[in-house]
Design a protein around this ligand. Structure first.
Ligand code: LCS
Length: 393
């Protein structure tokens, strides 16, 4: 369907959906590993790229393709590359764009494993990296070297909720001829579209808000242009971190309600952030929708809402945080985020535990930081649950 003149919510329902021979209203699951060629010449033409017929599910598949088309549409990009996980997407990007002697500048407080894999493993193959506080674009400028190729931004960052100015990053990249990548997991295209600011690539852990139901793991990359899409797609195929057709079907199904879920999640999050900010046992709260967030104005400028993620620290530090995590009954004590169910977790001992302690602390991921992923339950119930947990401290 031509979605050019449709609004975001209509595109969520109709983009990527193709007509099949039976008139199926939803995208069918093509649970096959391989596809029959019409002839030997047809097979050869598919491999040569002269025919866009399906070949093999690691390379292309109609169900996975429907999700890739949907995401490219929502992010205003050229085409999408679906991956087996968000980390599959991260590694596909690193592997396709960096090599021996190349250098990357990245947000310091990224999702822990995105940084750990670079510093521990890509360094073994001669890839260099510098992690800086990208809230101040000057830090990015100062970190650029003669061999810098990539600027890798996560905004809002997991779990500090720090925000990076997308427009400024693109300006710097253009001055130095660098490729720009944004991890848009915390926002989803409902709240922020980095390609519209001039980024070259955007990606997501699709496990989170996009799928929204805590029942699959997946990732997706969307490229702004063909010249960057082609090497990224080729790398995903070679690495073999493709999505599975059933996984793609689940994500397409979950994404139909993205706007509805995001609206409720962020409405709940604002009320919870306000409740926490006023609570006497809370030291600080970081939520982009609070005027106390140091980059509230920037969030207003580049995001169309403030999302469902909150970080906070209790006055009693980590011991108080543990009491809270052990006391809440409605919020699940679990990692991951962006599902319909509210989750609470402790980044220093869980999602970011493999990071060097000094790097973790200097990135703002303190021992006492607790992260809250706000679901779509009744907000009164969530506040009551937090309240009884805070009373136990
Ligand atoms: N990028 C961000 C911002 C993430 O939050 C995650 C996962 C990833 C990439 C990797 O995606 P995955 O391979 O897990 O699909 N974040 C997690 C978290 O905060 N808790 O558990 C996983």
């Amino acid at each position: 369907m031509d979605t050019k003149n449709l609004g975001f919510d209509s595109r969520l329902i109709h983009a990527g959906v193709f007509e099949d021979q039976f008139g199926s209203a939803t995208v069918p699951i093509y649970q096959t590993s391989t596809f029959k060629f019409k002839s030997a010449d047809h097979g050869a033409a598919c491999f040569a790229g002269e025919d866009d017929g399906y070949i093999y599910t690691r390379i292309n598949n109609p169900t996975i393709g429907a999700l890739e088309d949907l995401m490219a549409d929502l992010e205003n990009g050229y085409r999408g590359v679906a991956c087996s996980s968000g980390m599959g997407a991260v590694n596909t990007i690193y592997m396709s764009l960096l090599g021996k002697g190349a250098h990357m500048v990245s947000t310091a407080a990224v999702y822990g494993p995105s940084r750990v894999v670079m510093e521990k493993h890509y360094s073994r193959f001669g890839v260099e990296s510098t992690y800086v506080d990208t809230c101040d674009p000057e830090n990015i400028r100062k970190a650029i070297r003669h061999n810098t190729k990539l600027l890798y931004i996560e905004t809002p960052a997991n779990p500090t909720m720090d925000i990076t100015d997308l427009e400024e990053v693109v300006k710097i990249a253009r001055e130095h001829n660098l490729i720009t990548v944004a991890d848009n997991t915390f926002c989803s295209p409902f709240l922020q579209r980095p390609l519209d600011f001039g980024f070259d690539l955007v990606f997501h852990s699709i496990t989170k808000f996009l799928n929204g139901h805590a029942d699959i793991v997946g990732g997706i990359i969307v490229a702004k242009e063909k010249k960057i899409y082609d090497p990224v797609r080729a790398m995903m195929i070679t690495l073999g971190c493709n999505m599975d057709p059933h996984q793609a079907y689940m994500v397409i199904r979950g994404m139909k309600t993205l706007s509805l879920r995001m609206e409720r999640s962020q409405a709940n999050a604002l009320k919870i952030a306000e409740f926490l900010e006023k609570h006497p046992k809370v030291k600080w709260v970081k939520y982009p929708g609070l005027k106390s967030h140091p980059q509230f104005e920037l969030a207003m400028k580049q995001m169309s809402g403030f999302g469902g993620m909150i970080s906070f620290e209790l006055k009693g530090g980590i011991e108080a945080g543990k009491t809270l995590m052990n006391s809440v009954k409605l919020a699940l004590l679990a990692v991951s985020l962006g599902g319909v169910e509210t989750l609470i977790q402790h980044p220093a001992s869980m999602t970011h535990s493999k990071m060097d302690k000094q790097d973790r602390e200097s990135s703002g991921i303190t021992d006492g930081l607790v992260r809250f992923s706000v679901g779509i339950e009744n907000v009164e119930d969530l506040i009551a649950d937090l309240g009884q947990g805070l009373d136990k401290i």
